[in-house]
Design a protein. Structure first.
Lengths: 410, 392
């Protein structure tokens, strides 16, 4: 713990000291998980009734940033499980099941993942095929089949909060979709790891369900509208999580740049005396601050139970792309050191890119923001309007179309 | 202090540095001194245009692309591009340079490429001498990407010809033009290009005054059931989509960009001078690495823009068909570069330079306008993407 003007902020010195090793190994070392549990990090996001400590929004944000600065991959793992999946379970599972499903996530005994995307498509839910169907007669539970991909924690998780279609028995007028809380430690589940450029400490990959068993209590029907409704509100926590990862990576990159600019002597003086370097530091400072101020506003709204979906969509676009830019500047300031495998800013540069893609890409979110401006939903049409406008063919030369046939101009 | 010449390496691919130099020298002498005043007053100076058009021996800015046999300069596309670049740099007047380019390229080349022998002989010699000015609406230089506003229906039986109805704004050169290139839509689909003389009954021309490019002269055409004869058709009836439209689009993308290369070079030079004169924290601005880097980046943009533009222009000299993708790419890049350079120059020159007496303020305003012509990014990007993807 560290005392700051904003109160007590968690610190993760062990996790930070192992960040390079975690990246190189492509796995989160067990002591990181122990440090995260012992810090009380996972409890911050939930009320005491659920076994949490119910921290206020800004405390949550400060803790998230502290962990993400220590090790962005470890942060993703812990926060997707404890915060995002915890909130989904807390909202959608029956309260009678919270002791079984929620408490182990908050205590850190178990790890969860959020399985939504499928291999052929990204955020286009209409293409998802994973299906939950009754295992037998009513009351005898369900089985789930299908493949989910590109999932944080999938290779190691104990539980998957899974978005699936419902195969309905005749006469079932319920919703077409459901959230299924699937135990991953069973024969009908195969997991695989997907190699990735950054956030290498975070397990990431896919899950193949083959008639995996799901109990009656763990299937919660949701309307398709939920994908743009309350479920989407909860998913905004995921976007916030990623935005904080980006802000932390940018801050680490700037911190490293400032340190280096003070130490590294070039042309007889430290780099920091050069206005070109100063420019880069100043731009980065302003950009990170802009993102963090918006993040603070958003988390305050979310923690108060108000919608901040549009603000967080804007934040995720800006913060994640900003972090790529700031990390690129940091690499440039560090020169050859910055492109050396294993250097901190080299790692940050790779980590930064992951945030742009994860949990809805920037372009998908721009659609969300545009829609919130009153522009109506995204319009997808076959691209066929250039040729009819006379712009689909190359122009004639100065002497007309005869030129193209090889004729000699008059 | 860096000498101006050292800042101006020859454009890569520029075929004829001498035509650029001659145009620059002429424009600097006859157009630059009055540029700010003409801009302030929205004034078109016919004598100035005549001087630019009639310079002999010299660049002959009115008819570089008219064949020598028809009294023109018989220059190549590359040479013409250099000529317009020199005009932009010497005159420091984007509006005037646009007016010259619209006449000498956009209104001229479709007549040369698709005109009947009679049309070529009637129009091109007097266009080359500058006696007749040709005008085009910038609404019609990106095919039919913008909703067509002029329709053509067959003339009454016995009379033949066509009856054109509609209106067109953004006609560069409109108030002083002798004739206009107009594309009209047929009821049953298809579009045809026409050349309309100013004297056509039912054709009304009014002056307009866009906020930018004020030194060009602008008009609006109202076609109130204009009857034109069959020989007013330029190219094939219903053939504009394959003939005049793609040609006019690529011509605009390439040749209307050319003066901006010169304007950008002038802006970079102004930015260098401005930065050299200003002091911040008691130090010359040019001692600051960040300022030097900005200037280096602006100069780099100029070279990149020139490279793309001369690549696209050179394709008109190859004897084959130029590619729309390269023309659109050049315009997309030049328009963004013009804005970046204008903004960078404004930033380095300080608030005092932001009056319309200075090129920086005028170019900043005009660059925004320029970036939206030729269809702007919303036409250029789909055109490039359509080529890349094999869609569209």
């Amino acid at each position: 713990m560290t005392e700051t003007p904003h109160g007590t902020v968690l610190s993760f010195p062990g996790t930070a000291s192992r960040a390079a090793e975690t990246d190189a190994e492509g796995r989160m070392p067990p002591p990181n998980w122990t440090e995260i549990i012992d810090s009380g990090y996972l409890r911050l996001f939930h009320p005491p009734a659920s076994g949490g400590t119910g921290a206020d929004g800004l405390t949550q944000l400060a803790a998230m940033e502290a962990l993400a600065r220590a090790c962005a991959g470890s942060y993703w793992t812990a926060t997707v499980s404890g915060l995002l999946c915890g909130k989904l379970i807390s909202r959608y599972s029956r309260s009678s099941e919270h002791d079984r499903l929620l408490k182990p996530l908050i205590s850190g005994e178990k790890l969860a993942c959020f399985a939504i995307v499928e291999p052929p498509a990204g955020s286009d839910a209409g293409t998802y095929n994973t299906t939950v169907r009754p295992a037998g007669a009513p009351g005898e539970g369900f089985v789930i089949s299908g493949e989910k991909a590109k999932i944080t924690n999938a290779p190691d998780a104990d539980l998957a909060v899974t978005l699936a279609r419902r195969q309905k028995a005749p006469g079932d007028e319920g919703h077409d979709w459901c959230l299924a809380f699937v135990d991953l430690n069973q024969p009908g589940v195969r997991r695989y790891e997907t190699p990735r450029m950054g956030l290498r400490g975070m397990p990431w990959g896919g899950i193949v369900f083959t008639e995996a068993v799901v109990s009656e209590a763990d299937v919660v029907p949701v309307p398709f509208g939920e994908l743009a409704g309350e479920l989407a509100e909860l998913m905004a926590w995921g976007w916030l999580l990623i935005s904080v990862s980006a802000i932390a990576i940018a801050e680490s990159a700037l911190d490293a740049s400032v340190r280096y600019a003070g130490e590294r002597v070039s042309f007889g003086r430290p780099l920091g005396h050069m206005e070109g370097v100063q420019t880069q530091l100043a731009e980065s400072r302003a950009q990170i601050d802009a993102a963090r101020v918006l993040a603070r506003k958003a988390v305050t709204e979310l923690a108060a139970g108000r919608s901040a979906r549009e603000a967080i969509a804007m934040l995720k676009i800006y913060a994640t792309e900003m972090a790529v830019e700031v990390a690129a500047r940091a690499v440039q300031i560090h020169g050859a050191a910055g492109v050396t495998r294993g250097h901190e800013v080299e790692r940050l540069y790779r980590d930064a890119q992951m945030n742009v893609i994860g949990g809805f890409t920037s372009n998908r979110l721009r659609e969300t923001v545009a829609e919130s401006l009153g522009l109506g939903p995204a319009v997808y049409q076959p691209f066929d309007w250039v040729a009819p406008a006379g712009l689909g063919i190359d122009p004639a030369g100065f002497d007309g179309l005869t030129q193209s046939a090889g004729a000699v101009p008059a | 202090m860096v000498a101006p010449q050292e800042l101006k390496p020859a454009a890569p691919g520029a075929g004829d540095p001498s035509s650029a130099a001659a145009a620059r020298e002429l424009a600097e002498r006859v157009a630059r001194p009055s540029a700010a005043e003409r801009d302030r007053d929205h004034r078109w100076d016919p004598a100035l245009f005549a001087e630019l058009a009639g310079a002999r021996p010299g660049p002959g800015l009115a008819g570089p692309l008219v064949p020598r046999a028809l009294g023109g300069g018989g220059l190549s596309a590359t040479q013409t591009c250099a000529l317009l670049e020199g005009l932009g740099e010497g005159a420091r007047d984007p509006g005037l340079a646009l007016a010259v380019g619209v006449h000498a390229v956009l209104a001229t080349v479709p007549l040369r490429a698709f005109g009947s022998p009679r049309q070529r002989e009637r129009y091109l010699p007097l266009m080359a001498s500058g006696d007749w000015i040709g005008a085009v609406s910038l609404r019609q230089t990106q095919g039919a990407a913008l909703a067509p506003t002029v329709t053509a229906r067959p003339g009454t039986p016995g009379l033949g010809g066509w009856v054109l109805t509609g209106d067109l704004d953004l006609v560069a050169g409109g108030p002083v033009a002798h004739h206009f290139l107009v594309v009209a839509t047929h009821d049953g689909g298809g579009r045809t290009a026409f050349v309309l003389d100013r004297s056509t009954p039912g054709l009304l021309i009014t002056e307009s005054a866009p906020a930018a490019m004020r030194t060009c002269t602008w008009g609006r055409l109202v076609l109130d059931g204009c009857h034109v004869p069959d020989d007013a058709v330029l190219g094939t009836v219903g053939g504009a989509e394959a003939e005049v439209e793609p040609l006019m689009a690529s011509l605009d993308w390439v040749f209307s960009s050319a003066p901006w290369l010169g304007v950008m070079r002038a802006l970079v030079r102004d930015a260098v001078d401005g930065a050299a004169e200003r002091q911040v924290f008691g130090r010359p601005l040019v001692h600051a690495q960040s300022v030097r880097f900005t200037l280096a980046d602006l100069a780099t943009r100029c070279e990149l823009a020139a490279g793309l533009l001369y690549r696209a222009a050179g394709q008109f000299d190859s004897g084959g068909r130029p590619t729309r993708q390269d023309a659109a790419t050049a315009r997309l890049f030049v328009a963004a570069a013009a804005r970046a350079v204008a903004e960078g120059a404004a930033r380095l020159s300080g608030p005092a330079a932001l009056t319309s007496d200075h090129l920086i303020a005028r170019a900043h305003r005009d660059a925004l306008f320029f970036a939206e012509t030729g269809g702007g990014t919303e036409v250029l990007r789909p055109v490039i993407a359509a080529s890349l993807l094999g869609l569209g």
